[in-house]
Ligand binder design. Structure first.
Ligand code: SF4
Ligand code: MG
Length: 325
């Protein structure tokens, strides 16, 4: 297997009143070609910022990458100019969000929105682009695509808008699709349809997907491997099967335990007490220590390293670090 993306010691900061706040504290993971990687954790753990850093989509904010490398195909993205990144986005990597309205222009017809990027990247004429747009809408399962191209986003249902956004993301055949909570806003039936569509496109086009979600049910359905993030760092990495079967990090254990079993009614995340720490006031030592029921004295003093445990698994926790010494 070949690595498509490798994120190494990624560090991202925001500046406010000349004060820098670090949100990503050295994130490490990779995605293989044709793989679906899940990035999970509660909101505020840095999942979305990790993807925005990869895409370099900090528009209107003070976000900047202050350390680390992002290898993609054969280049290191942190060394590319904004112009080079713009060329890469949409063509080699594309992103879809929870709310399609953040990427759809409300006053532009669907067809025009779909064809503009296609025309730029693929150098198509206006009529060729329209044919391509209709083909893309058909591919994402939209009925009456020749009529939909002449409609505005508000005329479509939430599920259809999400399909349009996927069509836009797929229109230039990206190697990597980053999907940030793509189905969170949709009802269960539509969610299942959208996930199925993404899975089919991923197989057909042999692309890789970085799937960001707080929903472990979606992870089980879609992913090959999972990276668990907490407080701006990766705390565990494992195959989906192993993570669900035998989570190692106490935070992962809490996440898995909070997934309601069939027929069981449960409040979200009721098995992890407390909150994600404030980035400007991080606890000393292991960032999870204030919430961890396994915490030992060393946990409050020193941060554990992220180490390989067993076959292809990584975990950042003193429980295993002390064990392997
Ligand atoms: Fe809990 Fe300590 Fe492991 Fe952190 S290092 S997760 S506090 S046991
Ligand atoms: Mg998010």
């Amino acid at each position: 297997t070949k690595k498509l993306l490798q994120v190494e010691e990624l560090q991202t900061e925001f500046t406010r009143d000349k004060q820098k706040t670090r949100i990503l504290h050295g994130v490490n993971f990779h995605i293989n070609e044709g793989e679906v990687l899940g990035l999970v954790g509660e909101s505020g753990c840095g999942k979305s910022l990790t993807s925005l850093s990869i895409m370099r989509l900090f528009q209107g904010t003070t976000g900047e990458i202050t350390n680390g490398n992002i290898y993609f195909n054969d280049s290191n993205l942190v060394n590319l100019s904004d112009y080079e990144m713009r060329k890469l986005r949409g063509k080699q990597m594309a992103m879809i969000f929870q709310d399609p309205m953040t990427s759809l222009n409300p006053v532009m017809k669907i067809g025009k929105q779909l064809t503009e990027p296609i025309r730029v990247h693929l150098k198509l004429s206006k009529s060729e682009a329209r044919v391509h747009a209709i083909a893309m809408l058909t591919k994402v399962g939209i009925a009456r695509p020749d009529e939909i191209v002449d409609e505005y986003p508000h005329q479509l249902s939430g599920g259809m808008r999400q399909r349009v956004m996927i069509a836009m993301a797929m229109s230039c055949n990206p190697n990597l699709l980053i999907a940030d909570e793509p189905t969170t806003a949709l009802d269960v039936t539509i969610q299942a349809q959208i996930l199925e569509l993404m899975k089919k496109l991923q197989k057909d086009e042999k692309m890789s997907i970085l799937l960001i979600t707080h929903d472990l049910g979606v992870v089980a359905e879609m992913c090959d491997r999972v990276v668990v993030m907490y407080a701006g760092k990766v705390v565990e990495e494992a195959s989906v099967y192993e993570l669900f079967e035998n989570p190692k990090h106490p935070y992962s254990k809490g996440l898995i335990a909070s997934v309601p079993k069939l027929g069981e009614k449960k409040d979200k995340l009721d098995s992890i007490k407390g909150n994600v720490p404030n980035p400007s006031n991080m606890p000393k030592g292991c960032k999870f220590a204030p919430r961890c029921n396994m915490a030992m004295p060393i946990c409050h003093e020193q941060e554990p390293a992220c180490l390989a445990i067993e076959n292809d698994r990584l975990c950042s926790c003193w429980l295993y670090e002390l064990e392997t010494r």
